[in-house]
Design a protein around this ligand. Structure first.
Ligand SMILES: NC(=O)c1ccc[n+]([C@@H]2O[C@H](COP(=O)([O-])OP(=O)(O)OC[C@H]3O[C@@H](n4cnc5c(N)ncnc54)[C@H](OP(=O)(O)O)[C@@H]3O)[C@@H](O)[C@H]2O)c1
Length: 458
């Protein structure tokens, strides 16, 4: 890989500590980047050593030698996104370090902050764009959520595309960097046993589940403005749906994948929704008194294409649920029973586990040994760990590697973002039901599920 300058805007934040610095650490440890500098920037007065130290607990078995190297190649600039003079300070610091480490000025600006700052930051980055570096390619990475509705996403897309070329804009949805998510289209389109039956003739329904066992973890002021629909449905869950439901792209990369994903998102509609909020949410720091923000959502969606005619897609997600699990369950239709008795009581399921225990399971029917006509369900199980090295990169490491290589396949294009916001903006939010922490969600879920004939698998 290359020589690169990382600029993290929002360097004192949680995402930087938890994900971005650990990802850079691993790229350096695995020698995937030869030479680099990291410049962190944010409002607080901080030392770069403090910022790096905050990440140590997120790197298992970190080596001192690598941390020392990171510190030697890193620095911090105090910067307010809204103060233009501060961007000049940032430029000066970038120059100093790039000169010191003989770097060509290939800069990755990672906007690790809320999207309401994106317009101003992009404007100022462009204004202070360094034209002296002939070899430089500024690449700008935007965290999710990108905007807070269709209107704001459109304004933002228009604004940033006037300032930077599409090839230099990377909208992150870190789910797309997960091994098991990258694997969805490979499994679908490279196995003859799956693609011919991947349609309404054979599939009864699909459920996409993203259960979390933790709460909002001190992020109240952010979360309260967004809620589950904007925080995870608009991005992660709709991206999973797009990968499961898209028509075969011409090629399994880049523009072709994005074309196929946006086409299916444009034909996706929400039919029904049930919302919930965990007990005690309104007492969380940063949350407005009497807030009606949902921490739980379940949705029924329909896809208006020939392939998916009459096949409902269901989403379920929530904070403080009984289990932590992200999975996709594809339910196949029942087979005609050819036996005199003891017919299979359930259908086949194909389960794609995103986390934990990444992998795929196909439930098939089989004879109970020793019994003439008794049937049981047995799993044909594939665990991702069985084919990957223990050192499989985490999503953020994969994605940063892709930015360095200029690979946009694992990023979300402007029209995908807009199509997703269009789907979620159309949701008419009704009552928000309360639920007990550690439960399966609001009690009303049972009735809702019965009405829509859905039995949740988790
Ligand atoms: N945390 C995660 O695990 C996670 C996961 C996925 C996605 N995300 C997304 O990543 C983004 C950042 O999340 P986060 O959890 O890191 O938020 P955070 O902890 O609140 O961090 C926000 C960062 O922005 C900086 N900032 C805010 N206003 C500023 C200003 N006017 N000038 C300069 N710096 C300013 C803050 O710096 P100061 O505090 O120094 O002012 C801080 O460094 C959000 O969009 C979130 O949805 C986060």
């Amino acid at each position: 890989m290359d020589e690169v300058t990382f600029v993290i805007l929002g360097a004192t934040g949680d995402l930087t500590a938890r994900k971005i610095i650990p990802a850079i650490y691993h790229l350096v440890e695995r020698k995937k980047i030869q030479n680099f500098v990291i410049v962190g920037a944010a409002r607080k007065k901080k030392k770069i050593s403090t910022i790096l130290n905050a990440s140590k607990k997120f790197v298992k078995k970190g080596k001192d030698s690598v941390w020392n190297k990171l510190e030697k190649h890193a620095s911090y600039v105090q910067l307010d996104f809204y103060n233009e003079d501060h961007y000049q300070n940032l430029q000066d610091e970038l120059h100093r370090l790039e000169h010191k480490f003989k770097l060509p000025g290939k800069r990755i600006f990672y906007l690790a902050t809320l999207s309401n700052h994106f317009e101003t930051i992009t404007h100022n980055l462009k204004k202070y764009d360094d034209k002296k570096h002939t070899k430089s390619w500024p690449r700008v990475v935007y965290e999710k959520p990108f905007g807070h509705d269709l209107k704001s996403a459109k304004v933002l897309n228009r604004h940033i595309s006037r300032l930077f070329h599409q090839d230099h804009i990377y909208r992150i949805d870190h789910y797309l960097g997960k091994e098991s998510v990258e694997n969805i289209s490979i499994v679908r389109f490279t196995n003859r046993v799956l693609e011919p039956i991947w349609n309404a003739k054979h599939i009864e329904s699909v459920q996409i589940i993203m259960n979390e066992s933790i709460g909002i973890e001190g992020r109240g002021s952010f979360y309260d403005k967004y809620g589950a629909i904007k925080d995870v449905v608009q991005n992660h869950m709709l991206q999973l749906l797009a990968l499961v439901a898209m028509e075969p792209p011409k090629r399994l990369f880049g523009k072709y994948m994005q074309d196929a994903k946006v086409a299916i998102l444009k034909r996706t509609y929400v039919e029904s929704v049930l919302l919930g909020q965990y007990n005690g949410y309104t007492r969380e720091p940063g949350v407005k008194k009497g807030s009606k923000t949902e921490t739980f959502a379940t949705l029924k969606l329909s896809l208006h294409t020939k392939r998916w005619k009459g096949v409902p897609f269901f989403f379920k997600t929530g904070k403080f649920l009984k289990s932590k699990e992200t999975r996709i369950d594809v339910k196949f239709k029942e087979v005609k029973c050819l036996m005199l008795n003891n017919c299979p009581t359930d259908t086949n399921f194909l389960t794609i586990r995103i986390q934990p225990n990444e992998g795929i399971t196909l439930d098939v029917h089989s004879k109970v040994p020793g019994e003439k006509s008794k049937i049981t369900t047995v799993p044909l199980d594939f665990s991702q760990q069985s084919v990957t090295a223990p050192e499989t990169p985490e999503a953020y490491e994969t994605l940063l590697g892709d930015v360095i290589e200029g690979n946009q396949s694992t990023f979300v294009r402007h029209d995908e973002i807009e199509a997703s916001w269009k789907i979620t903006d159309a949701i008419r939010k009704g009552k928000v039901y309360h639920y007990r922490r550690g439960s399966n969600g609001p009690l009303q879920l049972q009735k809702w599920s019965k009405r829509h004939k859905i039995q949740w698998r988790a």
